[in-house]
Design a protein around this ligand. Structure first.
Ligand code: SF4
Length: 354
């Protein structure tokens, strides 16, 4: 059971579309260095949907912004990090070249469409603008493409809706507008950061179905970032679980749901509502993610883990290779017998009983 080489991933995959190696994004603040993303490696193959899952504060969104090179000061992508996309190292591109990649080959769909759209322009104008910037289409052609793209996303009465302003549309329609903008230049990769979190359950299901359908038709790869394992189950083929700035588990979706290896993944699954499971039987993971300025030594999940023992305090676990494309950053990989002795986690002991 050895740690894999950094950056290796997806067995059998040839020349991944996206290859992230040892990505470190740190925020240099007055309160210390926040290591929000701390040595993350993964790949996304052509036409693949990969889920990136974890609680708030785990580093998922900072990972997404780092890929797009949208990190603002005091954040910084540290030397030694690498993001290769379509064979090009993005972290050394000039800003002008990076702008051409963004929105052209790689696009982002944000969580809250209202804040991602400009309230003073019609949605048609905003979608058409993408075509005008990236392909220098004429105004008329860009508008025609915008309406066609809205139609592709299943927007009802697309011609009429294109003339409306963001506030005139429902949340689900606004998310369709953002997806239309993302798809406008036929990107190779869409980074979708919690695309359905702000929507109610029915609309959420429609948007996930839309993304899956568009992916089948266009062959676009999707990096689906979410705190919700239900979204992963609906959309992704592989999943990467993040905790405290690190990848803690990687697996194909089916095996991860059947037999999670990392105790954090186990906790996320136990906290997930499912058919037939009573709400009062849902478990919560005790405690919270520690602050990124102060990651604990040893295993970062230690205080919240029901299996921790001395080794977890003393030795930072590597991402153990478990075979079949599965990896887990947990010493249980080499001492599986410890799983037979769960106990109350430190974080639960620290919480006063109510
Ligand atoms: Fe729990 Fe130890 Fe595994 Fe960390 S390394 S997840 S503390 S068992």
């Amino acid at each position: 059971m050895t740690p894999p080489p950094k950056g290796a991933d997806a067995p059998g995959a040839e020349a991944p579309l996206l290859s992230v190696t040892d990505l470190r994004t740190y925020f240099h603040t007055n309160n210390g260095v926040a290591r929000a993303v701390d040595g993350v490696s993964f790949t996304v193959a052509q036409g693949e949907t990969v889920g990136l899952v974890g609680e708030s504060g785990c580093g998922k969104s900072v990972t997404a912004l780092s890929l797009m090179r949208l990190i603002q000061s005091p954040g910084r992508i540290e030397p030694g990090s690498s993001v290769r996309f379509e064979g090009t190292e993005l972290l050394t591109l000039s800003e002008a070249d990076m702008r051409r990649v963004r929105g052209n080959r790689m696009a982002m769909v944000f969580q809250e469409p209202m804040s991602a759209l400009n309230p003073v322009f019609t949605v048609g104008d905003q979608i058409a603008e993408v075509a005008r910037i990236h392909s220098r289409a004429s105004r008329r052609d860009a508008w025609r493409q915008a309406v066609a793209m809205l139609e592709l996303t299943g927007m009802p009465a697309p011609e009429q809706r294109a003339h409306e302003y963001p506030h005139q549309l429902s949340g689900g329609m606004r998310q369709r507008v953002l997806i239309a903008m993302a798809l406008m230049m036929n990107p190779a990769l869409i980074v979708a950061d919690e695309p359905t979190t702000a929507l109610d359950v029915t609309i959420q299901a429609q948007i996930l179905e839309l993304l899956a359908d568009l992916q089948r038709r266009t062959g676009t790869s999707i990096l689906m970032i979410t705190h919700d394992l239900g979204v992963i189950a609906e959309t992704a083929r592989r999943v990467i679980v993040m905790y405290a700035g690190e990848v803690v588990e990687q697996s194909a979706v089916g095996p991860l749901f059947a037999t999670p290896h990392h105790p954090y993944t186990e906790g996320l699954l136990a906290a997930m509502p499912r058919m037939g499971r009573r709400r009062d039987r849902l478990r919560v993971i005790p405690g919270t993610v520690p602050p990124p300025t102060d990651w604990p030594t040893g295993c970062r999940f230690r205080a919240r883990c029901q299996y921790s023992w001395d080794r977890c305090a003393n030795e930072h676990p590597p991402l153990y290779d478990l075979g079949d494309g599965r990896r887990s950053r947990c010493h249980l990989a080499v001492e599986p017998g410890r799983r037979a002795h769960p106990h109350e986690p430190l974080a639960a002991q620290a919480v006063p009983a109510r």
